[in-house]
Ligand binder design. Sequence first.
Ligand code: COA
Length: 152
Amino acid sequence: MQKQDVESVVAIEQQVQFHPWTAKQFHQSMQSHQCTVLEDQQQVIGFCIMQPVLDEANLLLMAIHPQYQGQGLGYQLLTDAITRLGEKCVQIFLEVRESNHVAIALYEKIGFHQIDLRKNYYPAPNHKKEHAVIMVKMTNDDGFGFRLNEYV
Ligand SMILES: CC(C)(COP(=O)(O)OP(=O)(O)OC[C@H]1O[C@@H](n2cnc3c(N)ncnc32)[C@H](O)[C@@H]1OP(=O)(O)O)[C@@H](O)C(=O)NCCC(=O)NCCS
């Protein structure tokens, strides 16, 4: 992500998020996080923000422009961003609104699984709150963890 991409990134963010990040937040993020954009004919159509911390990372935010959703681009963007984290990163955490079934399906397809539920975490319309699903992916996952769970 370059400085000149932020305007397009904010425009996407405002279309898809209930509480969108501001341009200032994206500019700050570029200084310390791994910020990836996906382009189509030099137009920004998606972005992904990862926060690497030692040998872990947090997926803070990602989105695909509404007109480009459902074409495999979210999968492509996230797998690229995970690859860019490098071998040093052994696990990736994220939190997602419980109602965001599309994002949860994408994350599960990529190998994330739920480890916790943070109740009443997100603000929601009509002064309500929504649970956050906490998910993790081991980047060198060979399925061993899942096999262990099956026998517990
Ligand atoms: C979540 C998001 C990034 C997914 O990107 P996308 O490009 O639409 O997703 P893809 O086309 O790559 O689909 C990948 C997988 O997601 C799931 N998925 C995508 N669209 C779906 C839909 N309409 N219904 C159910 N699952 C869906 C499927 O598992 C799909 O895999 P499949 O095609 O093999 O079934 C995109 O919908 C988005 O930007 N949403 C708004 C912002 C957001 O919620 N960000 C995540 C939280 S910060």
